[in-house]
Design a protein around this ligand. Structure first.
Ligand code: XIL
Length: 323
């Protein structure tokens, strides 16, 4: 299997311990911010590739592969883009095409795999962050969907293929891992989308499963393995793209028990993914110290505590999850 993780150009430049860990452990890197729309085109027509280029240069020095993330997403659209996309379908297409033109031409020599569409599936009822009532379709309500209709996905995937015929085109999403009714519904929604794309011959090579796991949700390895197989049966590759684990009201201080629970879940999850046919696994960060989990997803934690959901802890010791 191939292991990789999300990094930022800033951490690589400013935290030598982070850079050393990544250099040692990861063979694939993905930028946590630097490939997002607002990072790359903060104002219309002004492209900012400095941070992404810095990351690519560092990766090149250490002979690491870099994946791209993410061309079309509902988050991290700068205000100008939200407004422009909302003007008319024609304008929305123009915004998408201009972004793809510049970004893919720039990264083509170095990035051979992009999350072209990120998080397109609507969260079913019962999810942590359900879609607003009223959206009963499979697709998330986004500026792109409102402007271009459900076809925005095919439009984006084709636009990527047109600009880079050998790019591995990946569609990435989350919330499809658990043994819960909403996760099951999201799996079915994703499979319907993928089958529809296949039936229409829309270019797509891989599915990214983010895997921001939550210990409070039940997990059934055979169920998840079969889901991965169903994607593979459509002749699509499967990557685990953003693995980490949120804990359930962790007992304060009891690190061994917590780390065991996290490692157990990751072992069950990763084994099922590999049995199903996934070959690549990336974690979203590498150490709890710099994880988005405590910056943004700290629910259920005591003040001052952090989720222990990555292979290395705050002190940069390997945890059981690493094994
Ligand atoms: C997250 C970053 O980690 C955060 O720091 C940022 O504020 C928001 O985005 N799914 C994705 C990633 O596809 O891009 C998200 O990354 C995490 C969830």
């Amino acid at each position: 299997m191939t292991y990789g993780c999300a990094v930022t150009a800033k951490l690589i430049a400013e935290e030598p311990e982070f850079a050393a860990l990544v250099a040692q452990e990861a063979s694939v890197l993905v930028p946590e911010y630097e490939g997002k729309f607002a990072a790359l085109q903060p104002e219309e027509g002004r492209f900012e590739t400095g941070p992404l280029d810095a990351l690519l240069a560092w990766a090149g020095h250490f002979r690491k592969t870099v994946r791209g993330h993410a061309l079309v997403w509902h988050q991290d659209l700068p205000p100008w883009a939200v407004a422009a996309i909302g003007e008319s379908p024609r304008r929305a297409r123009g915004v998408m095409e201009a972004h793809f033109d510049r970004v893919l031409a720039h990264t083509r020599p170095r990035i051979r795999d992009w999350d072209v569409v990120n998080e397109p599936i609507a969260n079913p009822p019962g999810s942590d962050v359900p879609e607003p009532a009223g959206n009963t379709t499979d697709l998330r309500d986004t500026p792109w969907l409102r402007a271009l209709g459900p076809d925005y996905i095919a439009i984006a995937l084709r636009a990527a293929r047109d600009r880079d015929p050998l790019l591995r085109i990946t569609l990435n999403d989350y919330g499809v891992e658990d043994d819960t009714p909403s996760s099951e519904e999201k799996r079915q929604r994703l499979l319907r989308l993928l089958r529809g794309l296949r039936a229409r011959n829309v270019p797509i090579d891989a599915v990214g499963i983010q895997a921001h796991l939550q210990l409070r949700n039940p997990f059934r390895p055979d169920q998840f393995r079969d889901f991965v197989r169903q994607i593979r049966a459509l002749d699509l590759q499967v990557l685990i793209t953003e693995l980490d684990v949120r804990e359930l009201r962790p007992p304060v201080g009891d690190f061994p028990a917590r780390d065991f629970a996290v490692a157990q879940r990751v072992h069950a999850f990763a084994s099922a993914a590999f049995e199903g046919g996934a070959r690549t696994l990336l974690t979203w960060g590498i150490s709890d110290r710099w994880s988005w989990l405590h910056r943004e997803q700290a629910v259920a934690l005591a003040a001052g505590d952090v989720h222990r959901g990555l292979p290395y802890d705050w002190e940069l010791n390997r945890k059981q999850m690493w094994r």
